[in-house]
Design a binder for this molecule. Structure first.
Ligand SMILES: N[C@@H](CCC(=O)N[C@@H](CS)C(=O)NCC(=O)O)C(=O)O
Length: 273
C-alpha cells in the first residue's frame, strides 16, 4: 500500500452530518468539533446520551482559527464554549468535558453514564475501565497505526489486541462483581467506559482493519457488545461514513511528518497532549 496523499475531511458525512444539521441553533453550550476526531466523538455521544442541548460547530483543528484558540489553549478539539456566562467561559480536554457534562445532567436532565451514587464500588470499577482506556488503549491505537516498520506493525497489532482484551477482562470483572456496567451485559445501557472507548474501537474496525489488516478479538459476547455499542443511537448519530475515516487517517497510517500533536507525541515517546 502506498500513501495516496489523501487529505483529512473538514465536515461530517452520513448520520453525523444529519446530527450536525439538527444542532445548528444557538444554545448555552457550543461544541467545537472536528468531524474525524475521536476525542470529539466521545463528548458528542455523551451530549446526545445525556440529552444536553448544544450547538455543534465544526472547526479545522489543524488550521486553528483564533476562535478555537480562545476556547482551547493548545488549539485542540473538543472544546466547549459556555454561553450562559457573561462573558462566555470555555472548557477543553475531552475527559474534563465529560465530567462537566455529567454534573450538568445530574442537575438538569437527570441522566447519567455512571452506575448510581448508591454504588460507589461499581462507579470505581467504571473508573478503572476508563483509566485503562486513557492510559493504555488510546496510546496503543496510535502506536500501532503509526508504526511503519513491518515488525513494529506486528508487535503494535499484538499490543492493541492485548489491550482490548484487558478491557474485556475489566468488563467481565464488573459483570461478576456488580452485575455488569454499561453495554457489556445484555439489557445494559450506554455507560461511561463505552463512551470513552467507542471512537477508537470503531476506528479499529475500519481504519486499523483497512491500513493494518487488524482483526478484533473474536467471541459471541465481545461481538454482541460491539453490535450494541455501534448500534446505540447516541453513538450511531455521531458516526460519519467509513470513507471519511479512511481518508482522514491516511496521514497517520503513513506517519506523515507533523500529522498532529498526538502523532508527534507518539513518535517522540511523550505522553499524549
Ligand atoms: N487530550 C485531548 C486530545 C484532543 C486532540 O488531540 N484532538 C485533536 C483532533 S483528534 C486535535 O485537535 N488536533 C489538533 C492538533 O494536533 O494540532 C482531549 O482529550 O481532548
Amino acid at each position: 500500500m502506498t500513501d495516496s496523499g489523501k487529505v483529512y475531511h473538514r465536515s461530517c458525512t452520513g448520520p453525523a452530518l444529519q446530527t450536525v444539521q439538527q444542532h445548528a441553533q444557538e444554545q448555552d453550550i457550543t461544541l467545537f468539533a472536528g468531524c474525524f476526531c475521536p476525542f470529539v466523538q466521545r463528548v458528542w455521544a455523551a451530549l446526545e446520551y445525556l440529552h444536553i442541548p448544544y450547538k455543534d460547530y465544526e472547526v479545522d483543528p489543524y488550521q486553528k482559527p483564533q476562535e478555537l484558540l480562545n476556547v482551547s489553549p493548545k488549539g485542540l478539539v473538543p472544546a466547549l464554549m459556555l454561553n450562559a456566562f457573561d462573558p462566555p467561559r470555555a472548557l477543553n480536554e475531552s475527559t474534563v468535558i465529560l465530567d462537566f457534562l455529567e454534573d450538568i445532567a445530574a442537575k438538569s436532565t437527570h441522566r447519567s453514564l455512571f452506575p448510581p451514587s448508591t454504588d460507589p464500588y461499581a462507579r470505581a470499577l467504571v473508573r478503572l475501565q476508563s483509566d485503562h482506556i486513557s492510559r493504555t488503549l488510546v496510546p496503543a491505537f496510535y502506536r500501532y497505526l503509526q508504526a511503519q516498520d513491518p515488525e513494529a506493525q506486528i508487535s503494535g497489532g499484538k499490543e492493541f489486541h492485548a489491550v482490548v482484551q484487558s478491557l474485556v477482562e475489566l468488563f467481565e470483572r464488573a459483570e461478576r462483581e456488580v452485575g455488569g456496567t454499561g453495554l457489556w451485559v445484555e439489557g445494559g445501557d450506554l455507560g461511561w467506559a463505552d463512551v470513552m472507548v467507542a471512537p477508537w474501537i470503531f476506528r479499529a474496525t475500519n481504519v486499523l482493519k483497512h491500513y493494518r489488516g487488524f482483526e478484533m478479538p473474536r467471541g459471541a459476547k465481545f461481538e454482541a457488545w460491539l453490535e450494541r455499542l455501534f448500534e446505540h443511537p447516541a453513538f450511531k448519530k455521531t458516526c460519519s461514513d467509513e470513507e471519511l475515516y479512511l481518508d482522514s487517517y491516511e496521514r497517520y497510517a503513513f506517519n506523515r511528518p507533523n500529522t498532529s500533536q498526538v502523532a508527534n507525541a507518539i513518535n517522540s515517546g511523550r505522553g499524549l497532549p
